[in-house]
Design a protein around this ligand. Sequence first.
Ligand code: CMC
Length: 424
Amino acid sequence: MNKETLTITDNRTGKQYEIPVEDGTIRAMDLRQIKTSDDDFGLMSYDPAFTNTASCKSRITFIDGDKGILRYRGYPIEQLAERSTYLEVAYLILHGELPAAAEFEEWTWEITHHTLIHEQIKKFMDGVRYDAHPMGLLIGTVGALSTFYPEAKNIFDAEKRSKQVHRLIAKMPTIAAFAYRHSVGMPYAYPDNDLSYTGNFLNMMFKTTEVKYKPDPVLERALDVLFILHADHEQNCSTSAMRGIGSSQADPYSAVAGAAAALYGPLHGGANEAVLRMLNEISSKANVPAYIKRVKEGEVRLMGFGHRVYKNYDPRARIIKQIADQVFAVTGSNPVLEIALELERIALEDEYFVSRKLYPNVDFYSGIIYQAMGFPVDMFPVLFAIPRTSGWMAQWVEMLNDPDQKIARPRQIYLGYEEREYKP
Ligand code: CMC
């Protein structure tokens, strides 16, 4: 009979060990019993960047990177993008089920009624330089929110925790839009509770002197779909940061500030901004082959390409390409689109990219749409952080309720000096 175990022979000692296999995984702590002597610490596994280590058990997001599958709570991303709304998806991710009508009404009310930020926060934002990158301002401001809501430290009080979840999902768009208005010297536009989540965000971004801002319904829906696609992505860099910081029982504002900081880097959520800068640098379709040559020589990376988990077309990139047409019908096309299409065409045929299974990821086309919608390039990582907040919150709550979890504290392999005497 097949047994769900692994037998390990330690060739250093000739000893055998039988280790349980559960969910296709062994527990790293089961390796510790493998020792060469009584005073040996025991075997560890070495996994920089956690390429083959599960840090948690989760029921939120499923990815099959080889098949290009993404599901939230079991629902395929394609169905959610077509039929759902971002707020509904945020509820699903957090609560595990799609909301019934009354639940959705209450949820929407809670989010809508927490969109305002304290006037002191506005002053805090005013304190940074006029040309501050909005992502830096978002990270600083969301961290500062913890000083406004000291009760957020009660992370094991489910009711207080829910309140912070509402506040964070509600206030991120406000802080993001205020960061933008600050950077262009425009007066802050306050939230409009008559509008949808994305409609209100567009209002706070782009309202000028009109009495009531009316978002274009196509752009409002396109942004909503983009938010759905960015809501969660299991244990990526920023979510791991969220869980890592949260594991020390820090309040959720401090943890989200850390998660957003992890997102900011060009290999993660900052890639959408990097893609646009790359397309601008390439500047014309004719320069694409020369740029691909530089990529293959290892001089630069093709931003918006490749993924740790997807070794197939990122399903989010496929959906984004479809939305692009709807957006461009309203805004007119983005001239850099033809450069992006040419890059994709050449890369998908080229042995370098094919053998490494490098395909366009979510960031390759998203920035082109954001730019056509009128968002400045600096705002792109911020546009990632807003919807990812619901994913961070869901993963954080799941971690707090997981009896297996403790403070995150990896081991190291020490390769430095042995003890030595101090030399004056
Ligand atoms: N351009 C050129 N070569 C690449 C790229 C790229 N974008 N990505 C990976 N490679 C090569 C890499 O040089 C390596 O080649 P070799 O085996 O010859 O050394 C091979 O492919 C494997 O790469 P890796 O660095 O081991 O892969 P990783 O899993 O550590 O990195 C990644 C994943 C997303 C950081 C990387 O693909 C990358 O830097 N992409 C560009 C940045 C980007 O678009 N990031 C957004 C990711 S999706 C949204 C998100 O998570 O925020």
